[in-house]
Design a binder for this molecule. Structure first.
Ligand code: NAD
Ligand code: 89V
Length: 344
C-alpha cells in the first residue's frame, strides 16, 4: 500500500476535524504541521503525534518530505500559501473560501496549472451523506425531470463562538456559508447562468450580512432558490443542517430536518433517515459535517493515486466562487448578474 505523506498548514478550530480525518485513513500519514501560533502547534502536534512542527510555511516547504499539503488557514493567507505550494510543486488542498475575490482565485488556479500540480478546494458540504442521497434520488429518475429547487440553511446558532473572525468581515454569510450552499445547488442542479441576490444584516454586533436570499437560473433551465440565515431563531435549532426541496415533472424530493429524506414519485412515497452514525471523534451537532471532511479527504487520496481531477478541483470551485462574487454584486447593484460576465 502506498502511504501518502501530507503536511497541514493551520492548526485551528476546523483543522482538528481535518487531522482526525487524515488519522482515520490507513494510507495517509501527516508528517509535518505548521501554525504561526506556537500554542496551537503544540496542541495539534501532541494530540496527533506529529513531531515535525513549523511556525513558518516557507521553512516547512524548504525541508519538504511530503506528497501533498492541506491548507487549513483562514482566507487571508490562502493565495500566498497556494502559490508557495505551487512553487514547490506540491499537490494542494485549500480550505474554502478559496480566495478573497475571483481574480485571486483565478490566479491561484493558474499557479497550480503552471506548476502541473493537482489542486482541490476543501468544499466538503456536497460530501455530506444526506446530500449524496438526494443526488442519488434525483439521478434515479424517481421524480422525473426536476424544474425547481430550494436549498436552505437557516439557523440562530452562535457560529461566532468557535469562529470569532466571522463577526469582523464586511462579507459574512454568503462568503462563509452561502459558498457551501451555492456549491450544493451546482452539485444538484448543475451550473448556473444567472443570480439575483438580496442581503440583510439583522444582528447589530457583526460587520457583514447575516441573511441572504438568492435566485439562480441554471444551464439546464432549472430555477433554484438558495437561502441562508444566521438570524433565524426556531423552536428547534437545526444547525448545521441543509434542507432541500426539489420539484420534478413526476414527483418531489424533500430533505427535511433531522435528515429525513422523502422521495415521492409515481412509484410511491419513500421516507427514510439518511443520518449517519457518529464517527468516533465526531460531536453533535457537527457530526454530519465532520463525516463530510472524512469523505472529501478519502476522495482526495483516491484522486491523487489515480491522477484524477477531484470533484471540487480549483477549476470547479471557480464556478462556485463566481456565484459568491456575483451574489454580492447583484445585492449591491439591485439587479441580476450574468455569470458569463464574471467567468469570461
Ligand atoms: P482558525 O482561526 O481557528 O485557525 C486558523 C489557523 O491558521 C490559526 O491557528 C492561525 O494561527 C493559522 N494561520 C493563519 N495564517 C497562517 C499562516 N500564514 N501560516 C501558518 N499558520 C497560519 O480558523 P478556522 O475556524 O479553523 O478556519 C480555517 C478555515 O477553515 C477558514 O477558511 C474557514 O472558512 C474554514 N472552515 C471550513 C469549514 C468547513 O466546513 N469546510 C468549517 C469551519 C471553517
Ligand atoms: O464552513 C464554515 O466555515 C463554517 C460553518 C460550517 C459553520 O459554516 O463557518
Amino acid at each position: 500500500m502506498t502511504k501518502h505523506k501530507g503536511a497541514v498548514i493551520g492548526c485551528g478550530f476546523f483543522a482538528m476535524n481535518q487531522m482526525n480525518g487524515w488519522r482515520d485513513l490507513d494510507n495517509v500519514e501527516i508528517v509535518a504541521i505548521c501554525d504561526r501560533d506556537p500554542q496551537r502547534l503544540k496542541i495539534a502536534g501532541d494530540e496527533f503525534g506529529v513531531s515535525r512542527r513549523y511556525q513558518s510555511a516557507e521553512d516547512m516547504f524548504a525541508e519538504g518530505g511530503f506528497d501533498f499539503v492541506d491548507i487549513a488557514t483562514t482566507v487571508q493567507s490562502h493565495k500566498a500559501l497556494v502559490e508557495l505550494a505551487a512553487r514547490h510543486k506540491v499537490p494542494t488542498i485549500c480550505q474554502k473560501p478559496f480566495a478573497l475575490n475571483l481574480d485571486d482565485a483565478k490566479a491561484m488556479v493558474k499557479a497550480a496549472d503552471d506548476a502541473g500540480i493537482p489542486l482541490m478546494v476543501h468544499e466538503n458540504f456536497r460530501w455530506q451523506t444526506p446530500l449524496i442521497e438526494v443526488r442519488k434520488a434525483l439521478d434515479s429518475g424517481a421524480i422525473g425531470t426536476p424544474f425547481w429547487g430550494r436549498i436552505s440553511f437557516r439557523s440562530g446558532y452562535d457560529v461566532f463562538a468557535a469562529q470569532p473572525y466571522l463577526a469582523k468581515g464586511k462579507r459574512f454569510i454568503i462568503e462563509d456559508l452561502g459558498i457551501h450552499v451555492l456549491d450544493i445547488a451546482r452539485f444538484l442542479f448543475g451550473d448556473a447562468t444567472s443570480i439575483t441576490a438580496r442581503t440583510t444584516r439583522v444582528r447589530p454586533d457583526i460587520a457583514g450580512e447575516d441573511v441572504a436570499t438568492m435566485l439562480l437560473g441554471h444551464d439546464n433551465g432549472m430555477t433554484s432558490v438558495v437561502d441562508c440565515s444566521y438570524s433565524t431563531y426556531l423552536p428547534e435549532e437545526q444547525f448545521p443542517e441543509t434542507l432541500v426541496e426539489i420539484d420534478g415533472s413526476e414527483g418531489t424530493i424533500r430533505l427535511l430536518k433531522d435528515y429525513q429524506l422523502v422521495v415521492h414519485g409515481k412509484a410511491g412515497t419513500e421516507r427514510r433517515s439518511v443520518e449517519r452514525n457518529l464517527l468516533p471523534w465526531a460531536t453533535k451537532p457537527w457530526h454530519n459535517v465532520q463525516e463530510s471532511v472524512a469523505l472529501i479527504e478519502k476522495h482526495w487520496v483516491e484522486c491523487l493515486a489515480m491522477a484524477r481531477e477531484p470533484a471540487t478541483s480549483g477549476h470547479d470551485n471557480l464556478k462556485t466562487f463566481a456565484l459568491v462574487d456575483a451574489a454580492y454584486l447583484s445585492a449591491e447593484r439591485g439587479e441580476t448578474v450574468n455569470l458569463r460576465e464574471l467567468l469570461g
